[in-house]
Design a protein around this ligand. Structure first.
Ligand SMILES: [Zn+2]
Length: 286
């Protein structure tokens, strides 16, 4: 059985700035250009936050709408995933773009520590974000910063709170949250298979230098991979990544070394149970 690898590019995030790496796309037009280049390089999911002109994080639905329009125009078929996590503490404004019906949105289902703060995801907000995603046919990507988040996703799926089978992303290497630990990584995979089935798709993201390690682990273990400047601005200790596309190309090379093909957008949509029509902005096939 072939198992193409879906490459997700997290283009911007809420933290890195042009002072960290001038290639971080900030304006919507920079984001569309960077996404297009990453799409051509093999990424089929774009995970996006939006920013204000001063580079501070924004939740402005109009910016998300402009970004969605630009990506749909320049990267037909690419899966658009908006972040509902980047403005921790901002309550329901974190989900203000969900009525735009992006293909997917990130969903954090529990709280944990971040480098300098608590990443707050109170139960009532999690329930509200999930219900908005149901209303607008947005498939969540569950951000698992902890084992308990995978079990919480199972509980929510059983209660009918999620669209389709949860797509779980293991996030490792955030300071003060789950470190990069091979035994935990293997147990995460074991848990996803036990709860959601042997063939349930999953993904992994590592922060900073650990991005490369998590790409290697996930691709070798049959999972999907996230890369991009949101999580890591360097190719190695001494070299800034020249673009999001350069990080995507690195993930593609890891796929080649592991005899994994890189998923086309059609394959990625099939694997994730998303609609196949490239430019429809509403509704899903399944
Ligand atoms: Zn993000």
């Amino acid at each position: 059985m072939t198992n193409p690898c879906i490459i997700c590019v997290a283009i911007t995030g809420s933290l890195p700035t042009k002072a960290n790496n001038p290639a971080v796309p900030i304006s919507v037009s920079e984001q569309v250009d960077s996404t297009h280049e990453a799409f051509e390089a093999g990424a089929t999911i774009v995970h996006a936050h939006v920013r204000n002109d001063d580079e501070s994080p924004s939740s402005d639905p109009e910016k998300f709408a402009a970004l969605k329009e630009g990506i749909e125009k320049h990267c037909p078929g690419m899966i658009i995933q908006f972040s509902t996590g980047g403005r921790s503490g901002a309550g329901q404004t974190r989900g203000g773009m969900l009525p735009l019906s992006p293909d997917m949105a990130s969903l954090s289902v529990g709280s944990n520590n971040f480098p300098t703060r608590v990443y707050e995801n109170p139960p009532d907000l999690v329930d509200w974000l999930a219900s908005e995603m149901l209303t607008y046919s947005v498939k969540p990507e569950i951000e698992a910063f902890d084992l308990s988040h995978i079990l919480k996703a199972k509980d929510m799926a059983d209660k009918g709170q999620l669209v389709g089978t949860p797509y779980i992303q293991f996030v490792m290497g955030v300071k003060n949250a789950m470190p990069v630990d091979r035994d935990v990584f293997d147990y995460y995979i074991h848990t996803v298979r036990r709860l959601f089935g042997e063939d349930a798709p999953w993904c992994a993201a590592g922060i900073g230098a650990n991005q490369l390690k998590l790409n290697e682990w996930a691709i070798a273990a049959g999972g999907h991979a996230r890369t991009g400047l949101e999580d890591n601005v360097r190719l190695d200790r001494d070299t800034l990544a020249p673009s999001n596309a350069a990080l995507v190309r690195r993930a593609v090379e890891i796929c080649e070394r592991n005899d994994r093909s890189v998923a086309t957008w059609q394959e990625a949509r099939r694997i994730l149970g998303l609609r196949l029509s490239a430019n429809a902005s509403k509704g899903r096939a399944s």
